[in-house]
Design a protein around this ligand. Structure first.
Ligand code: XMP
Length: 507
């Protein structure tokens, strides 16, 4: 039987990062609700359990609890942040509000005695995010780390194999965080590390077959990495039952619609292209609010699918290439809504499909790319930079018109051509139609034309990003070409904001 690490969820925003880090360390992991009964846990027979963080205070009546029996199953447990507080609280320790909350990267002193910190330096920087702390440890526990404001930044009861860290080892901002999780997996849980992405394919193939049976499935194929990988995975599971519809909403990049059609018509897929450019433009005519734009485009998308599904003889199952960051940022967990990614928040509630399947929903972008390679998709496709569902419509500030789209398409094409020549490319790069006008001079004439912004970012998961410092000669070339080759552009500016505080897209 394959090894499993069970991640019990108490509402922490990093729960998928925990599961992904564990999977990256070659141990399969699944996230389940924090209240899972001990009997059920036993049935799954995990080699270890991780209790996630969460926004509540354990001492309040509405705080989510776990089944106390899980501490008596003899399965190693690692509690992270709220998870550590919960474990200590339920085993007889005490949790209180902090005198001084800790948020951000802080210095911690780690005990070399703890197996959790094996091969890690004593002084480490960790990410803290808490306003409660463990003030008294349960019997049998000892403290294994401190910070200047937190007496028990980590604790353990090695006899019962119960471990807790107040900080977040699952984020990149904690030095050696991955090593700490690896120590838990390999030194505490004695994992062998028998998981790789092939397993993910097998599991999903089985799930899709079970869920779908002999029904036909309609997939929204955008030609991007996510939906293309999704198409491959589903066609592996149920060949012949998948119909891929590519809706050209008119917000694609230069020649992109034709390229996608060419690429997918060649593959053994049932591929249909719908040209709905004017329909989408009419739908968002006069709309300037970004969230409304996103929602309208998302809704129109689904309407088009529904119509096509009916024409194809009533297809009731819709497949989507939604990946995990789409869900987090659309408020899919208890977090705030940053923006509605059009394949999640944009779905209307009166959807007429009876089922929606999203086989990539637990994965991050880099995992999806790996999966695509394993499924045999061409490298050029798998490594494509991401492109948002609403396309250029959310890169045009304010109302979208045919003319603005044409200008942005040309500017974006120049940007892509020039960056395409670089050996090291940023993870995402594009142009934005800012909607601002500025005074310029072309020939002997004064102009008052548009301002185009260019953006390039470096990131591993798109949850955060840094702007990419492009070489000045490249910036200059892009700026010169855009302002010379496009009559209605007077100026090019360079966006050097990271996320946070900005987001990748401007809308
Ligand atoms: P933001 O702007 O949220 O973007 O920082 C993070 C990543 O997601 C892409 N993005 C989208 N992808 N549908 C998508 O499929 C959307 O509505 C959408 N909005 C943003 C964005 O390009 C970046 O890679």
């Amino acid at each position: 039987m394959r090894e499993l690490i069970l991640v019990l969820d108490f509402g922490g925003q990093y729960k998928e990062l925990i599961a992904r880090t564990v999977r990256g360390l070659k141990v399969y992991s699944e996230i389940h609700p924090g209240y899972m009964k001990a009997d059920k846990v036993k049935e799954l027979s995990p080699i270890g359990i991780i209790l996630t963080g969460g926004p509540k205070s354990v001492y309040l009546p509405d705080a989510p609890m776990c089944d106390p029996e899980i501490f008596r199953l003899g399965i190693p447990i690692l509690g992270i942040c709220y998870g550590m507080q919960l474990m200590c609280h339920m085993l007889g320790g005490e949790v209180n509000p902090c005198d001084k909350s800790e948020y951000g990267r802080v210095s911690a002193v780690l005990s070399r005695e703890s197996v959790l910190f094996k091969e890690i330096t004593e002084n480490n920087t960790v990410l803290m995010s808490h306003s409660d702390y463990v003030s008294r440890l349960p019997k049998g526990f000892r403290g294994t780390a401190t910070t200047s404001d937190c007496p028990y930044a980590a604790c353990e009861n090695p006899i019962d194999r119960l471990y807790g860290v107040q900080f977040h080892p699952e984020v990149e901002l904690t030095d050696n965080g991955e090593k700490i999780i690896s120590n838990f997996l390999y030194s505490v849980c004695k994992a062998k590390g028998d998981y790789n992405l092939d397993d993910y394919i097998d599991i999903q193939v089985r799930r899709i077959r079970e869920e779908v049976g002999n029904q036909r499935v309609l997939l929204a194929l955008s030609g991007g990495v996510d939906s293309s990988v999704c198409a491959s995975l589903i066609s592996k599971a149920i060949p012949g039952q998948l119909v891929c519809i590519f809706v050209d909403h008119g917000f694609m990049r230069q020649n992109e619609g034709d390229q996608i059609e060419k690429l997918f018509s060649k593959r053994r897929l049932n591929f249909i292209r719908i040209n709905a450019q004017q329909r989408f433009l009419n739908k968002i005519k006069g709309v300037t609010d970004p969230e409304r734009k996103r929602k309208l485009i998302g809704e129109e998308f689904v309407r088009v699918f529904e119509e096509e599904a009916k024409k194809l003889g009533d297809i009731r199952v819709l497949a989507q290439g939604t990946i995990y960051p789409d869900i987090i940022e659309s408020g899919g967990n208890i977090g705030a809504v940053i923006k509605s990614h059009h394949n999640v928040g944009g779905l209307p509630s009166n959807l007429s499909f009876s089922k929606v399947i999203e086989p990539l929903a637990g994965l991050f972008k880099d995992e999806v790319r790996l999966l695509g390679k394993k499924l045999g998709l061409p490298r050029a496709l798998v490594m494509r930079q991401p492109f948002p569902g609403p396309g250029l419509a959310i890169r045009i500030m304010g109302e979208v018109t045919h003319d603005k789209l044409e200008v942005l398409r040309r500017a974006d094409h120049i940007m892509c051509e020039e960056i395409g020549r670089l050996r090291n490319k940023p993870h995402q790069y594009f142009a934005i139609y800012t909607g601002a006008n500025s005074v310029g001079v072309k020939g002997d004439d004064r102009t008052y034309d548009g301002v185009i912004a260019i953006r390039a970012v470096t990131t591993s998961d798109f949850m955060t990003c840094k702007y990419t410092p492009l070489p000045h000669r490249v910036l200059e070339k892009i700026s010169t070409r855009i302002s010379n080759e496009i009559q209605s552009v007077s100026r090019v500016v360079y966006d050097i904001t990271s996320k946070p505080p900005a987001t990748v897209e401007w809308e």
